[in-house]
Design a protein around this ligand. Structure first.
Ligand code: PMP
Length: 428
């Protein structure tokens, strides 16, 4: 039943019952963390074989390089790059492998742009009067943290279900020369699960921008992380920018953090030939090269693109039921109440829960008291400010299926309780 339609008396009675249920839940003494999109232990075990690879007798790459030594292919082993050409949407010549974190690559590209400027920059970003980034929100808190760290101003852009509000993006990027980039998680966005439509991709690739070096930070972190049999595809941004005559506009980022091992995967970037040369120049000053043994280990383990797909199907078998438990619990407890709406992503790591306006902080605090940790309310927005105090990111991957179900029940009870408090407060 819709809480708003209840009489005040009915609502007081309901709140009393919810409080009882909340206290009962609290008494279970659970302690669950749903804050970060961490793979579960069983997912990591899928890649256990990696710990024994490439093995004591195997240290030579396809190119004949001794992976134990310095140098070799600066862009990364070609047999490893080949596996990810589909995910990155680029030929291997346009792919550069990094160390274990794609966030580190994003940081470095941003730092090089600040210090030296991109190939299409007139001057380093740090020499500009102001640098602004468009931030589709809710989004990934660590993207926002990077901007904050570099003193880059952020403008939140609402998500539409097919990516960011493109009218707003075109207006801001087209008219404001301080707007130098946009954060995009284009497939199974963190946390909303949006897959950017072909139209969104084309508009981002081809739009007029006031800044000549406007850059798409295209974080395809969940590019192969599907939860259903026939998930929506993502149009190829490297091809789209090249076709639109803006080949240097995009850096595509990815990693195997949620494919193999979150702490010891391989990060990668795909971009135009001009940007590849620029990036390798700066990366080459920073490091003689990333861990090539890890690259060989991954090539031996995943083998090829078909191997990557088969491996992702194993993740799906573990993850999909956890997402299903959350959806079932939310549907049972929250449907039709007006206390919350939530996303049903076809991939990625998150469910985005929008509780009643003005209630997110309260729900997170209630959940914490009941032993469930979620990311602090607001953190899915630039400057940690959710203007409507409504969004909560749920990460169902780490706890077990039973625990996930319990946590979803707890969060739903907290959402209902907070909504009843809110409505009663507005009526008094
Ligand atoms: N991008 C997004 C959208 C993420 O959700 C995450 C991790 N949860 C990352 C990047 C970080 O990836 P990595 O481990 O490769 O640094």
């Amino acid at each position: 039943m819709d809480l708003q339609s209840l009489s005040t008396e009915q609502l007081v009675a309901l709140q009393h019952r919810l409080r009882g249920r909340y206290e009962e839940f609290k008494a279970r003494g659970i302690n669950l963390n749903m804050a970060r999109g961490k793979p579960g232990e069983d997912q990591l075990t899928l890649a256990q074989e990696l710990l024994g690879l490439p093995g004591v007798d195997d240290a030579t790459s396809e190119s004949g390089d001794d992976v134990r030594n310095y140098f070799g292919e600066a862009q990364g082993l070609r047999e490893t790059r080949r596996i990810f050409a589909g995910l990155m949407g680029a030929p291997i010549e346009q792919i550069v492998l990094g160390d274990n974190s794609s966030l580190a690559l994003m940081h470095d590209v941003m730092a090089y742009a600040m210090l030296f400027g991109l190939p299409s920059s007139q001057r380093p970003w740090s020499k500009e009067d102001a640098v602004t980034f468009l931030c589709p929100a809710p989004g990934y808190d660590r993207h926002f943290g990077l901007c904050e760290g570099f003193g880059i101003k952020m403008i939140p852009i609402p998500m539409t279900g097919a990516g960011p509000d493109m009218d707003m993006v075109e207006r801001l990027a087209g008219n404001d020369p301080t707007v130098r980039g946009i954060w995009c998680v284009p497939r199974f966005s963190n946390p909303t699960g949006d897959v950017y439509s072909e139209e969104t991709v084309k508009r981002l690739a081809g739009m007029q921008t006031a800044a000549p070096d406007f850059t798409l930070f295209w974080d395809n972190a969940y590019g192969v992380h599907t939860l259903t049999e026939t998930p929506p595809e993502l149009a190829n941004i490297v091809a789209a920018t090249a076709e639109a005559g803006n080949p240097d506009r995009v850096f595509v980022f990815g990693s195997t953090s949620k494919i193999t091992l979150a702490g010891a995967g391989i990060a990668m970037v795909a971009t135009s030939p001009t940007n590849v040369t620029w990036l390798l120049k700066h990366m080459g000053r920073r490091s003689i090269g990333p861990d090539k043994i890890n690259q060989l280990r991954h090539a031996r383990f995943l083998k090829d693109e078909a191997g990557l797909k088969a491996h992702m199907a194993k993740h799906r078998a573990i993850l999909a039921p956890k997402f299903a438990r959350v959806h079932e619990m939310f549907a049972e407890l929250l449907s039709g109440t007006g206390a919350a709406t939530w996303t049903k992503p076809e991939g990625g790591y998150f469910i985005s829960l929008d509780v009643m306006e003005g209630c997110a902080k309260r729900v997170v605090a209630l959940a914490k008291e009941a032993g469930i940790t979620v990311v602090p309310a607001g953190q899915t927005f630039p400057y940690s400010q959710d203007p409507r105090d409504t969004n909560i990111r749920i990460a169902p991957s780490y706890p077990s299926e039973t625990e996930v179900e319990q946590a979803a029940e707890g969060i739903a009870i907290c959402s209902l309780l907070a909504a009843s408090e809110k409505i009663l407060a507005t009526r008094s």
